[in-house]
Design a protein around this ligand. Structure first.
Ligand code: NDP
Length: 450
């Protein structure tokens, strides 16, 4: 174990997701550390980059439709502002803890650095569960959450966007409250609706960007997404638009899931079927199982937590796109993917593969892209939304999409170049970590001891 990992583990022994994220980065950047270590030691670079600049933790009281009061916990981790204002999502899910948000904000720092846009990294959220709540309950919660958060954020300080459990509805309520409290209409949240400051392609950006990245990876083998059978997990924002782009590029999507189970449609989930999924998830706020109401031939498998693997990852396929949550692919799932002939794993979710699973992909020469590179499209278009807001302009869809494509192509190139320079050709994990790390650390060195 490295000195820094020993230090943070001793300081916060219960933050296992954060330790996992730091461990992966430190292992990857070892070749950089070997070259420059005395200078980094002297400047306590590793100690500073793993310690949030600021952690906000606050009470979020709210009232349900029956008049019962509840209290949830709200967080914002302002991790690193060396490259610009903090920027990162808000997650509302019962599993949210300080450890999860520290891992997400740590990843976000490198994710944002890779986009080359001037954005630092942050992440926030709450252990609030929006599923099963009425719109009014969600609104009251969002208003209460923002009535504390507004003091700490701003378009030049800290900008938030969506993540698990935070979509267009939640962003709307949060923005409305921010505007009321601050009396200003500024780009402090991205992922807004198109009619009032949102950017075209922002909802699609994470998924589309992920598939653009996968296409770049396949092109290094003179291959493409066309006719590839793809396994996708999740059925939310990242999954829906990953599926949409795969279908558009001629691939075949056979699975989607949520926390209650997954569907396997051997014929392929085409454009019309995907529109039905969007209606179920985004409008009706239903379950993926409802897909069978219209497409009854589909196989539905209930989630089974007693299994030590996820059967979704045990189908014959060419590509896998984990789009749900952290650590959803374990060692056994990775073995199943390899045995089933999968040639590419591209992460839209953050840290969905355990370290043991990643080792299996690398040892089996499977093209593997970590989320911090492959899902950077979301935050990249978030940055483009900030630019449009500050210029009071709205760029056409084609322009935003072509900027997104260029950004993803450049991130891919940057990862490959960094990996080669440090003796790990073709290793996207090393490439993403080294390129992101160097960009942030160089800025920190320039800015002195802050
Ligand atoms: P959504 O809330 O829109 O969708 C999340 C999906 O994942 C749902 O289908 C949800 O099922 C499922 N899911 C969540 N938690 C679990 C769990 N513990 N077990 C099984 N399934 C689960 O979120 P997003 O699509 O926005 O986010 C998905 C991933 O993509 C996350 O890792 C996020 O950090 C990452 N990401 C998202 C970005 C964005 O712009 N939205 C940007 C970059 C990364 P259910 O509805 O049953 O909970």
């Amino acid at each position: 174990m490295s000195d820094i990992l020993r230090l943070i583990t001793a300081r916060d022994p219960n933050e296992k997701e954060f330790h996992q994220a730091v461990g992966e980065v430190i292992e990857s950047v070892q070749p950089v550390l070997d070259r420059i270590i005395p200078e980094y030691r002297q400047n306590a670079i590793l100690e500073r980059i793993t310690e949030p600049e600021r952690v906000l933790l606050f009470r979020v009281p709210w009232q349900d439709d029956q008049g019962q009061m509840h209290v949830n916990r709200g967080y914002r981790i302002e991790m690193n502002s060396a490259l610009g204002p903090y920027n990162g999502g808000l997650r509302f899910h019962p599993s949210v803890t300080l450890s999860i948000l520290k891992f997400l904000s740590f990843e976000q720092v490198f994710n944002n650095a890779l986009t080359t846009l001037p954005m630092g990294g942050g992440m926030g959220g709450s252990d609030f569960e929006p599923k099963g709540k009425s719109d009014n309950e969600v609104m009251r919660f969002c208003q209460s959450f923002m009535s504390e958060l507004f003091r700490h954020i701003g378009p030049d300080t800290d900008v938030s966007s969506g993540d698990i459990g935070v979509g267009a509805r939640e962003i709307g309520y949060l923005f409305g409250m921010y505007k009321r409290l601050r009396n200003e209409f500024t780009g402090v949240l991205t992922g807004k609706s198109l009619g009032w400051g949102g950017s075209l392609i922002r909802p699609e950006a994470t998924g589309y960007g992920c598939v653009y990245f996968a296409s770049e990876m396949l092109s290094t083998m003179n291959d493409s997404i066309e006719e590839k059978t793809c396994l996708i997990s999740g059925a939310g924002n990242a999954a829906q638009y990953t599926a949409e782009k795969v279908i558009e590029l001629g691939g075949k999507v056979v699975t989607l899931s949520d926390s209650t189970g997954y569907i396997y449609d051997e014929e392929g989930i085409d454009k019309d079927k995907l529109e039905y999924v969007k209606m179920i998830k985004n409008i009706r706020r239903g379950r993926i199982k409802d897909y069978l109401d219209k497409y009854s031939e589909t196989v539905y498998t209930e989630a089974d937590t007693t299994l030590d693997y996820n059967p979704l990852w045990n189908h014959k396929a060419d590509c896998a796109f984990p789009c749900a949550t952290q650590n959803e692919i374990n060692e056994k799932d990775a073995r199943n993917l390899a045995n089933n002939g999968v040639k590419l794993v591209c992460e839209a979710a953050n840290m969905p593969c355990t370290p043991e699973a990643v080792d299996i992909f690398l040892n089996n020469k499977i093209l593997y892209a970590p989320g911090k590179a492959a899902n950077a499209g979301g935050v990249a278009v978030s940055g483009l939304e900030m630019s449009q807001n500050s210029m009071r302009l709205s760029w056409p869809k084609k322009e935003v999409d072509s900027r997104l494509k260029i950004i993803m192509k450049n991130i891919h190139k940057t990862c490959l170049e960094a990996a080669s320079e440090y003796g790990q050709p073709g290793n996207y994990v090393s490439g993403a970590n080294i390129a992101g790390f160097l960009k942030v650390v160089n800025a920190m060195q320039d800015q002195g001891l802050v």
